[in-house]
Design a protein. Structure first.
Length: 636
């Protein structure tokens, strides 16, 4: 076995953990390991010479067993000592260890805690996991290693579920580095879920109940960041000094200090501190200089040394005076009541579009009041971004409308708090935010993007109540686009937060308002109906788009008709689908296919292999649940 291959070794450890958790018995586990290596009369899984199989199996079993925390032992390993050379061998042969399973110079790597906990928690029965959480025997390090992987995958709600009970407890068994890192993960999960009040309560709780420690230092650093965000720099530096007393020499404290100095505008001192930190890190790692080649902290500090002013613009977020003034205007203007729009019915709109799926429904144009229209005309004169192209939410121009370029449009807004009555202005501001130097920064998103999107949501929700239930707001009518775009932004935000129930509701609302579906939402909606076995509604979506060649519509129609028992129609639909998109059928039918490489530089090629692969990835498991359909499709 190749121990230098981490994938190979990790796979063996994962299978071993599953076996250990079944019985928590070393003798049974050793027997299983010998079977896996072919020592028992079974075919070997490895190409190692026979005389080495038993020693390798025995020693691997011992190392993995000794590194595995057992739920039945309060999540601690139940270690078995390695035999001395002249002691009986563990394998049960009766021979001395040196004459039996002694491996000599070959060393089997120890189990890495970073690897063991995520694997163990991923396969552990839910009952044992809940018991460990309830009685406190599951150590915080276990949760932290696991949650680090989970958060990378976007499951912030699971991180909150696994961690918050530990940190909200009245006392903590561990207040060291593991606990501090776990607190960082929990704060990040709160940020992703928009749970800012919860985060502030936890910071206050940790600072009030925990003695000097890395855990308390982490809470103080996050408090300093929040204080700086809201313009309380003096208080932020005070919190920073408290964090430094709790963890002297902590490089994260040094990083935060430099960031706060940049926010304050003290560039000479920021550069000086950055130089000191770089020298200190290099001195502490002089034996391993290659490890610092891609160190992000070194990279940031060297950027500060080179150009602190530019580093400040990247770090500042909304801490600059101009941004803070904008934040204050926004906070005040949001208190205004939502303005009403009117909806003008358009005559003969559907007659202008061939194969339009909502011919009989009434169509409307959103109209602002005369006063609001006048304000929007003035805004258009100073708005720093061009109208968005097509269904894109990102501007074509990447010029920076912030900093010096912000004076005209910010001046207009500061003179007109009623500007936030307009969905057009709100829509433009949401676009302008995507060009902010700190776009994506959680604090900026909380303080600017979230409130603006909330305002847009309120305008859309209140005014759509005035629209008849079967009324449409066609995307083709330019005045309707800010309404539809706002709904798209709400849908995307919900998906980012893993709230797929809300995102699915919004997607269906958009398709209802804009039946022509310029955004292509029909594909995912028909797939949702098929996944839920709601074939009638899935077919209704497909029927709204006759002649549509999207794979999801073509093949969704086939699956829905087949499951509804309409086999003749299903056969006709299958022939049409295979004629229009033959690659999709090929990829759908095959039991195994490799993921193809897309050669086009212009996105996914229509009718190409990548398009077929994506449909297979999304829907093959749903097709397989219908017995015999893939064989039938092959013959159709």
């Amino acid at each position: 076995m190749d121990f230098n291959n981490p994938v190979d070794y990790e796979e063996l450890v994962e299978h071993s953990l599953k076996e250990i958790l079944q019985h928590e018995d070393f003798s049974r586990f050793l027997f299983w390991m010998k079977q896996r290596f072919g020592v028992s009369p079974q075919r070997s899984l490895f190409s190692t010479p026979d005389e080495h199989l038993l020693p390798m199996a025995t020693n691997l079993a011992l190392v993995i067993w000794n590194g595995t925390p057992l739920p039945g032992n309060k999540f601690r390993p139940q270690r078995i000592s390695m035999p001395q050379r002249n002691q009986p061998c563990l394998c049960g042969s009766g021979k001395k260890y040196k004459k039996c399973c002694f491996l000599g110079e070959q060393q089997i790597p120890d189990i890495d805690e970073n690897m063991i906990w995520p694997l163990l928690m991923d396969i552990m029965p839910a009952k044992k996991l809940k018991k460990g959480l309830r009685d406190g025997t599951l150590p915080i390090s276990a949760r932290v290693y696991y949650c680090a992987e989970v958060l990378d995958e976007g499951s912030s709600s699971k991180v909150i579920h696994l961690l918050q009970d530990y940190y909200f407890a009245s006392s903590h068994k561990d207040t060291g580095e593991h606990a501090a890192y776990g607190l960082t993960l929990l704060f990040d999960a709160f940020d992703q879920q928009g749970m800012q009040e919860r985060k502030l309560v936890l910071i206050d709780h940790i600072c009030g109940t925990t003695a000097s420690s890395p855990l308390k230092s982490e809470a103080l650093m996050r408090l300093a960041t929040i204080q700086a965000d809201t313009g309380y720099l003096t208080e932020a530096f005070e919190s920073l000094q408290k964090a430094r007393k709790d963890t002297p020499g902590n490089p994260d404290v040094g990083l935060l200090e430099v960031q706060l100095l940049l926010v304050k505008g003290d560039f000479p001192l920021a550069r000086k501190r950055a130089r000191f930190i770089v020298k200190k890190i290099r001195r502490e790692n002089e034996k391993f200089p290659d490890d610092l080649a891609w160190d992000p902290m070194i990279e940031f500090m060297e950027y500060v040394i080179k150009d602190p002013e530019k580093a400040a613009s990247m770090t500042r977020g909304i801490h600059g005076s101009d941004d803070h003034e904008f934040f204050q205007w926004l906070e005040k203007s949001l208190q205004r009541p939502v303005a009403s729009y009117s909806f003008k019915r358009e005559k003969d709109f559907a007659d202008q579009i061939e194969n339009y799926p909502a011919v009989t429904r009434p169509h409307f144009t959103a109209r602002p009041t005369t006063t609001l229209q006048k304000l929007e005309n003035g805004w258009n004169d100073v708005c720093p971004v061009e109208p968005l192209f097509g269904v894109s939410l990102a501007p074509l121009s990447h010029e920076n409308p912030w900093e010096e370029a912000a004076a005209p449009w910010k001046g207009f807004l500061f003179d007109h708090p009623e500007a936030l009555d307009s969905i057009v202005v709100v829509d433009d501001l949401l676009t302008i935010l995507t060009l902010h130097p700190a776009w994506g920064d959680l604090r900026m998103m909380e303080d600017l993007f979230e409130p603006l999107l909330g305002r847009g949501k309120a305008i859309v929700a209140d005014n759509l109540e005035l629209l008849p239930e079967d009324g449409c707001l066609p995307w083709m009518i330019t005045e309707n686009r800010p309404f539809i775009r706002t709904l798209m932004r709400i849908m995307i935000k919900a998906r980012f937060q893993d709230d797929f129930v809300v995102s699915d509701i919004i997607a269906k609302q958009i398709l209802h308002l804009n039946p022509a579906d310029n955004h292509g939402l029909r594909a995912e909606i028909i797939n949702q109906y098929l996944c839920a076995s709601d074939d009638t509604r899935a077919l209704a979506i497909a029927d709204c788009f006759p002649g549509d060649t999207m794979p999801d519509i073509l093949y969704g129609r086939v699956l829905a008709l087949y499951r509804l028992g309409r086999k003749e129609e299903a056969l006709d639909a299958a022939r049409e689908a295979k004629s229009e998109r033959p690659q999709v059928a090929s990829y759908l039918i095959a039991s195994q296919r490799k993921e193809p490489r897309e050669l086009s530089h212009f996105g996914i090629q229509t009718g190409g292999r990548v398009e077929a692969w994506e449909y297979r990835t999304d829907m093959r498991e749903i097709w397989k649940k219908t017995r015999g359909i893939l064989t039938w499709l092959k013959k159709a």
